[in-house]
Ligand binder design. Sequence first.
Ligand code: DGT
Ligand code: CA
Ligand code: CA
Length: 568
Amino acid sequence: MAMQNKKVAAILDLVADYLEMDGVDFRTKAYRRAAHTVDFLTQPIEEVHKKGGLEKLPGIGKAIALKIAEILDTGSLQYLEELKKQYPVDFEVLLLVEGLGPKTIKLLYQELGVKDLDDLEKEARRGHIHRLKGMGVKSEKKILENLEFAKKSTGRRLLGEILPLSQELKERIGSLPEVEIVEIAGSIRRRKETVGDIDVLTVTSDPQKVMDYFINLDLVGGVISHGPSKSTIRLKDGMEVDLRVFKKEEYGSALVYFTGSWELNVELRKIAISRGLKLNEYGVFKGDEQLAGRTEEDVFQALGLSYIEPELRENRGEMEAALAGKLPELVEKSDIKGDLHLHTQWSDGRSSILEMAEAAQKRGYQYLAITDHAQGLPVAGGLDEIALKEQMIEIDAVNDELDNIHVLKGVELNIGPDGSLDIDNEVLEELDVVLAAIHSGVPFKEGTLTDIILDVLENEYVDILAHPSGRKLKKRPAYDINLEKVFETAKETGTILEVDGQPQRLDLNDENIRMAIKYGCHLALDTDGHHTRDLDYMELAVSTARRGWAEAHDVVNTLPLKKFLKLF
Ligand code: DGT
Ligand code: CA
Ligand code: CA
């Protein structure tokens, strides 16, 4: 349901992007505001529409209400199609290049005829871009760097975006009485941060019926192939989905095979051969006899391995660990006792402190930390010392009102270009949890960023370094910092490192996490949530940590409240 809201919001945002090419005016702002309203709506936009309530939404007037109705009724928007004709550029792809906004894209199109990433690369390499008005050698170089990044990621989609969609598919296929088992395999099951396509496996008494149902789902935009044991479709949003049917006695080996990774499969096959066995998607065989295949556990056991959790299956040493019986006991979602990074209406969040606390309570947490932005980030409505003190009073009131949940007082400091923090120490001292993070692009002098972060780690008031690497998936690479030095110092100072569960961040990433643990650092798994529903991102933070081989004792917010408070 939220998918529909997201889709409508994305279309409105795209209209705003097109309008912005001609300069920001009231129309651009109106579409942006409408997109924001729809994105953060708590009910499905479809329902609001059915009740005739679109116009009553904040920031949505008659004209935009009509446009939203058109999107919901027809799946597209004529006005957007006209705007697209006016500027025949591959806008959505070019916007993926960090640093390119609507106005720059217009300039590049009008001056150099840039329509897509290839054109952009050509013009940048020829040195044509830095001569344009408002551009320079530095921005040309940055465009080339970020372009490489955008190229690599086009086609792949964010796990956080595809996971809910794949779960919906699974539920719908599973709702057929003929379906005995249905499971999502592939990179999604391994919880890889980006996803190429969706792989679904099923066991059913009536393959034909399941395949027919599958290719006729309302989400389907096109059918690529349709057969009794395998079909491939393209969803309306472009993502491909494979559905494969297996017999019950093959299901476990099929799941191992199609969960991958490809690299691990190669190693597993080698192990099988070394034991005089054969492994494929239909089972483990000795000659013609199937020794195992019904469950994954059976398959691993037949190969002499302990069960490898899907998140570990990347051929990063998990097979050796499984052979030696030395696999980690991975942290689980049920181990998590609280969320430590949350924004509210006090800064740029959409929910109140009370709403966030109730949402945390519903998820069975013992505590949550309210960590709104501080004044160094005015665009996010950052708080000064006085506002923070007022907020503490509200937190006390919420704590008085609610049972079984404790709201911790916190803040997310912004690390300034000179390394300064944006709240006085006297106020920091009154807080339970202090996060610090870099938010801006690259105003830091080269070579100094690592030093600045090391200084922040040395600051006794800073408890957690938030989104430490600064990468944004499909948008920009990590900051140019020496993370190993950061981990080494964080271990010494006891500063906790965040695993931020926002779909675009997942920062630290899996490999960073594993390194941080080797250095003996502790992690905070949290969501950086700006809305009550964002608390669901904990699933992403947990699976990223699992991919980094994290165990419960590596994670501070697996501690119950009392022990957690002693840590600070
Ligand atoms: P993706 O879709 O790019 O995010 O990544 P995966 O891992 O889901 O890859 P995909 O969809 O191409 O294939 C699913 C799994 O099937 C893959 O992880 C391993 C297995 N697989 C597919 N083709 C081969 C193959 O030719 N050899 C081996 N060993 N495994 C394969
Ligand atoms: Ca896949
Ligand atoms: Ca596939």
